[in-house]
Write a protein that binds this ligand. Structure first.
Ligand SMILES: Cc1ncc(COP(=O)(O)O)c(C=O)c1O
Length: 370
């Protein structure tokens, strides 16, 4: 990328083979869910140690279906983090349940597992951790807590395809795991998602929830015994995903290399909090710094934009949105999430970025923050 061009904080890498493949799907006469979705599901399942995977049209749908398969419904509580994309907790609300927020660990920026047990009540049905920026929580500890209290787990791994925990890929173990393939994710289908299931027994319900509760039998039989959504992925999208999947390892390696470069080049005297330097588990979906309190994030973003660099915001604390305030949450309840939600800034990081782009970002940050 030329040094003087505007640098987005992310950009998908779609290759010519994928574009050709999408054109073939469009010409094939079968453009919605069909053979390409099945092929994509089989490839994703291979990536997840052979566990059943069903594709959906968003990560949000994966969360909704995951929570429903886990049996979450009206009156239940689901333990989750206030520092995420709002879909995480809003899907809990959508099902008539209530999110039970637990503050984050300010180092990892993920839910603080040390505080989870204190949040468990008789109404708790599930734990819904989020792997912010692709950094997972300690899965051994998470599942030990869930096992001890007989809770289901829905992993919001929307950002964590290609991440792992102790050498095991996210999705290859555990309970229900939700991925997103939104345009900004490490693997995209433009919009899309997938749910990894703990066993074959959950497939039928998942497929019904994905498409209007419908079960088909024989040549002309159809029944509906549950209210489902319209959550199926198209073959057009699945073909993009297949092209992306071939390059997932390459994309992850490139992101890791760029993240390493940020650690080498980012000025430690600017007062920013850097992410944990994790090169084992994280897929480096994002490189996020926490700005010092003396600088307003809006000013930082505007000044970086003047220097040709886009900065993302992922995310403000969910419980301070007006919807959540109207449901009883208030300032001061989750101080780490509130502080980091006010000051977190996503620096550019995507596979097609040049090494020199990292230097450009670090130099611009130095100029703006000094
Ligand atoms: C943590 C998290 N959860 C859920 C979602 C929802 O995924 P989608 O946008 O594919 O619906 C996202 C995507 O932005 C996310 O980052």
């Amino acid at each position: 990328m030329a040094a003087d061009s505007f640098l987005p904080f992310t950009r998908p890498s779609i290759d010519e083979d994928t574009i050709t493949g999408v054109a073939e799907v469009l010409r094939s006469g079968w453009i919605t869910s069909g053979p390409k979705v099945k092929e994509f599901e089989a490839e994703l399942s291979r990536l997840c140690a052979g566990r059943p995977v069903r594709c959906l049209n968003s990560g949000t749908a994966a969360l909704e279906i995951g929570l429903r398969v886990a049996g979450v419904g009206p009156g239940d509580e689901v333990i989750t983090t206030p520092l995420s994309w709002v879909a995480t907790s809003s899907m809990v609300l959508e099902l008539g349940a209530r999110p039970a927020f637990v503050d984050i660990d300010p180092e990892t920026r993920n839910i603080d597992l040390a505080r989870v047990e204190a949040a468990i009540t008789k109404k708790t049905k599930a734990i819904l951790p989020v792997y912010l920026a692709g950094l997972p929580v300690d899965l051994d500890r998470l599942y030990a807590i869930a096992g001890k209290h007989k809770l289901r787990v829905v992993e919001d791994a929307a950002q964590a395809l290609g991440s792992s925990w102790k050498g095991k890929r996210i999705g290859s173990r555990g309970d229900l795991v939700a991925f997103s393939f939104h345009a900004n994710k490490n693997l995209t289908t433009a919009e899309g998602g997938a749910i990894v299931l703990p066993g074959e027994g959950d497939i039928a319900l998942t497929e019904k929830l994905r498409l209007m509760g419908v079960t088909r039998f024989g040549d002309d039989g159809m029944d509906v015994d549950v209210v489902g959504g319209k959550f199926n992925l198209t073959d057009v999208a699945a073909r993009i995903g297949l092209g992306q999947l071939k390059r997932l390892a390459e994309f992850t390696d490139r992101r890791r290399a760029l993240a390493r470069r940020y650690f080498e080049r980012f000025d430690r005297n600017l007062g920013c909090g850097l992410p944990p330097a994790d090169f084992e588990n994280s897929n480096w979906h994002m490189f996020q710094v926490v700005l010092p309190e003396r600088i307003k994030r809006g000013d930082f973003i505007a000044k970086m934009r003047e220097l040709g660099i886009a900065i993302g915001v992922h995310y403000p604390a969910i419980h301070l949105f007006s919807l959540y305030r109207s449901l009883g949450w208030r300032e001061g309840q989750y101080p780490h999430a509130e502080r980091i939600g006010r000051s977190i800034a996503t620096l550019p990081l995507f596979p097609a970025m040049a090494d020199t782009d990292v230097e450009r970002v670090c130099e611009a940050a130095r100029r703006v923050l000094r």
